[in-house]
Design a protein. Sequence first.
Length: 379
Amino acid sequence: MDFNYTPEQQQFRDALRRFIDKDYTFEHRNKIVRSEQGVSDEAWATLTELGMTALPIPEEQGGFNGSAVDMMVVMQELGRGIVVEPYFATVLGVQFLRLAGGNGELLEQVAGGALKLAAALGEKQSRYELFDIATTAKAEGDGYVLNGTKTVVIHGAQADKIVVSARTGGGQRDTDGISLFLVDGNAAGVTRKDYRTIDCQHAADITFANVRVPASALLGKAGAGWEILDAAADYGAALLCAEAVGAMDALNAATLEYLKTRQQFGVPIGKFQALQHRMAEMFMQAEQARSMATLAAVKVSSSDANERRRNVSAAKARVGQALKYVGQQAVQLHGGMGVTNELPAAHHFKRLTMIELTLGDTDYHLGRFASLPDFRNAA
């Protein structure tokens, strides 16, 4: 099978890489991180101009109808540049809107860069089980009233609208009775506690206190939101795998350059065979992760839900193992400098750590993979 990029994918990759290399350098990124907002309106406008916000949007809404493989190209470059803009959160929200159907006007706004989204899925007791939902949505009049708290919502405070999973029926850990709502981030009763995460991005704990939303805020059918939630989360996990590959590529390149320049006993330390072996293993780990990330991007749109789950979990687990190895080895090979904020290597490792913990860590996805039907037969 041919896994080379198409000319269009190469154009997107090259345009984004030029922007990052010229206008989103490590020094410029650090200025954005230290700013009050923690993100850059100027950078977001450039991403919009380059067509990145339009890429996952259907053509009918002014987008390019990009596939997960197209998105993989973009996410790898964002990982390479450790970009802190709310792009992942927005495209994850887009996937919810697409799977729910309709929402054409909102998708047009996203394509034009006028609307940022976030997905409020996790709660303090749920860990990675996204069906464990205590937040409630009770039908009242011609709408619903939401109550509950969502935790670690990626770029939740920077979003204009938030996809919220809430329970309209069933028990706290049932997959039945889950509904999805699109809530205005500034709606009455919404409280967002913004904070910076270890990778210099932003997340928020969001409380919904008697938040009233119209019936039109419901995404899909009431009580039947689990399949959309599960599929969208897998899509997000596939994108994170791609971002991790980009970050590992950058980390490997930086480490190799350091081994060529750092001298010990009068020679570059890259001359030492033991370090060459470790560097070779880092590259092999990254290549295996790339293969699995590609598989996830290809299979995440499968009509067979178990096939989608199996491949995404396999990829997230393998990428999680690889990023841990690459990150730890890069820090060791850089010496004490590897953990200082003055070097991009430390920031790449922090971002990789957050990717591993988002939408299911390695252990979670190994367990999920093993729990799927036909696992024993496949083994």
